[in-house]
Design a protein around this ligand. Structure first.
Ligand SMILES: [Zn+2]
Length: 149
């Protein structure tokens, strides 16, 4: 992936973070998911007064991706975010997908056999960590161990 594409995905993830519904944690996360043809969809975390119903940005974006082009066509996932203070999403910590979202990305990877690249960034996009999903979720559980139906 060239730097321009990576920067674009991080910028889209940061834009998506601004649209999060996170009144309880005030921790905004955005996610951009790219397909083989360069198409991109985004999502953001969406909290709920019933806390356990909160939805991560990655799962929000993966749902959009499934509808837009299909999980099996995903090549890259970018995540960015941080604490929202008076409308500014700040923080220098790199935001990586939680364990559940790594599992969801691995599900998409299993459909294509492609080791999806996950770009994790800080709120400003200045700090970046790029790893594949197999690096983020080694020895992960997948459909290959389920009995055939
Ligand atoms: Zn998550």
């Amino acid at each position: 992936m060239d730097d321009k594409t990576r920067d674009r995905l991080i910028a889209l993830a940061r834009e998506a973070a601004a649209k999060a519904h996170a009144p309880y944690s005030r921790f905004h996360v955005g996610c951009a998911v790219m397909a083989e043809d360069g198409s991109v969809v985004t999502g953001a975390n969406m909290e709920n007064a019933c806390y356990r119903l909160g939805l991560c940005a990655e799962q929000s974006a993966l749902t959009a991706a499934q509808h837009a082009f299909g999980l099996g066509r995903i090549t890259h996932v970018a995540v960015a975010g941080g604490p929202n203070s008076n409308g500014t999403i700040a923080g220098e910590d790199i935001i990586t997908p939680c364990g559940g979202c790594r599992q969801a990305i691995a599900e998409a990877a299993s459909l294509s056999g492609r080791d999806i690249v996950v770009i994790s960034a800080s709120a400003t996009g200045e700090e970046v960590l790029e790893m594949t999903i197999s690096q983020l979720l080694p020895a992960g559980f997948g459909a290959d161990v389920l009995p055939e139906t």
